[in-house]
Design a protein around this ligand. Sequence first.
Ligand code: FMN
Length: 445
Amino acid sequence: MSNPALRDSKVVLAVTGGIAAYKAVEVCRRLVDSGAHVIPLLTDGALRFVGEATFSALGSERARVSLFEDEDPIAHVTLGRLADLILVCPATARSLGSYAAGISDDLLGATLLATRAPVVVCPAMHAEMWEHPAVGDNLSLLRSRGVTVVWPEEGRLAGGDFGAGRLAGCDSIVSTVAEVIGADKSELRAKGGSMAGLRVLVTAGGTREPVDPVRYLGNRSSGKQGYAIAESAWARGAEVSVVATTSRPVPPGVEVELVETAEEMRQAVQRRRDADVVVMAAAVADFRPSRMSAEKIKRSGKPTTIPLEPTPDILAELAKTSPRGQTLVGFAAETQDLLGNAEAKLRSKGVDLLAANDVSAPGAGFGHDTNAVVMIDSRGGRASVPLSSKARVAEEILDRVLALRSQPECGEEPSNTLEGSDGGGRLPCVGTRPDRDLNLLVSHP
Ligand SMILES: Cc1cc2nc3c(=O)[nH]c(=O)nc-3n(C[C@H](O)[C@H](O)[C@H](O)COP(=O)(O)O)c2cc1C
C-alpha cells in the first residue's frame, strides 16, 4: 500500500553479498508497492547470491552492478545525486567496513561517498561476525556520522545456526526508510530552507480544451515535473501554490487549485500573479476549438473539420505585467532544434529562465519519472541537466532561480562578479522583459 513519505521518493537499494540478499527482493517489492522509485545496486558479492535480472524486473529501473562498465560513465555520481535515500540491505561486514573507512573501490562504495542523501544500513551476518568488535566499531563510527542502522534480530542463521545477526524484518526496514525520508523532508523545511519567505506559484499538467461535452483536445503532460518543483520549493521553505490539471499528492500546506482549460488556468494564475517566483511547468494548449458543441457530436454528424482559435498566452501575459522582483520560469517542450526553439521562446515570451526539454528523447518529458532539460536564462547563462529524476531536475531549476534572484536587476551596478555578466558595469540581459535591456547575448559553454 502506498506510503505518503515514500511516494515518488528515489531510493537506491544497495544489495551486498550476504546470505540474506534474497530477502532484499521482498524489500524491493515492498518499497515499490509503497510508491518509492527504487534503483537497485548490486555488489559483486551480491551477484553471487541473487540475480541482477530479478532486481531489474522488480525495481523501478534496471539494476546497476558496475562502477566502470555502466552505460553511465559516472553512475556513482548520478546515483548519489538522485537518491533521496540509500538503503544498504543486507549490509555485509565488508561493506560496513569499507564505508566506515571511506573506501570507494566499487560502485556501492563510490556512491555512498558521492551522496548527500541519508543512508540506512541493515547489517546481517553470522553471530560471530556480528559480535566482532571491528563490526561494532564501524557501526558506531557510521552512526556518529548520521547513518541510520536497522538492527539485526536474533534468530535462525545460515547453516542451521541460531543467534544474533539475522536481517531485521521487512516491515521494520520499510518503515525505517519511510521515517528517515519523511524526517529529512520536514527537517529541511523546518530549518528554513533557501526559499523561506518566498511565495512560489507552479502550474502543472496539460490543459484540456473541450470539443463537446465528452471530448477534448489535450496533451500527454502528467504534471509530475510541476509537482516535483512544488515539492522542492516547499522543502526549501517556500509558501507554495499549485494550479494544475492533474491531481497528485502534495506536502502539507501546499495549496492546489485544479483547473481544466487554458482559460481557467489563466484566471487561477492571475489571482496569484504577485508570487515571487512563477514556474509555468504546465503544458498549456496553444489552440482550442473556436466553439464547443453543446451536445455530443454524433458519428452521423460527420464533422470534417474542427475550427480552432488561439488560447490565451498565459506566460507572455505574465511577463508583460510581472511585478519587479518576480522571477518567471517557462518550459518549452520541443521535438526538434531544442536550443534554437528555446532561445526563440525565451526572447518572445520575455521570461527570466526557460527550461527546454526534448519530449521525444527516451526517458525525458511527458509521463516519465525522469527528465533532461537545457536551461537558458535572460542573462545568457546556459546549463544542461542530463537525464535525472524529475525531483533532481526540480532542484537544479530552483538552484538556478535562486542564483538569478541573487543577481542585481539589469541596469543595476553588480555587487560582485557574477556568472552571466560581462564582468562590470551594467548587467547584460537577453530576455525581453519590458524593464530590461535587449540585444546583448552572452553565451556560456
Ligand atoms: C555462503 C556465504 C554466506 C555469507 N554470508 C554473509 C553474511 O551474511 N554477512 C556478511 O557480512 N558476509 C557474508 N559472507 C561473506 C561475504 O560474502 C564476503 O565478505 C563478500 O566479500 C561480501 O561482498 P560485498 O560486501 O561486496 O557484497 C558470506 C559468504 C559466503 C560464502
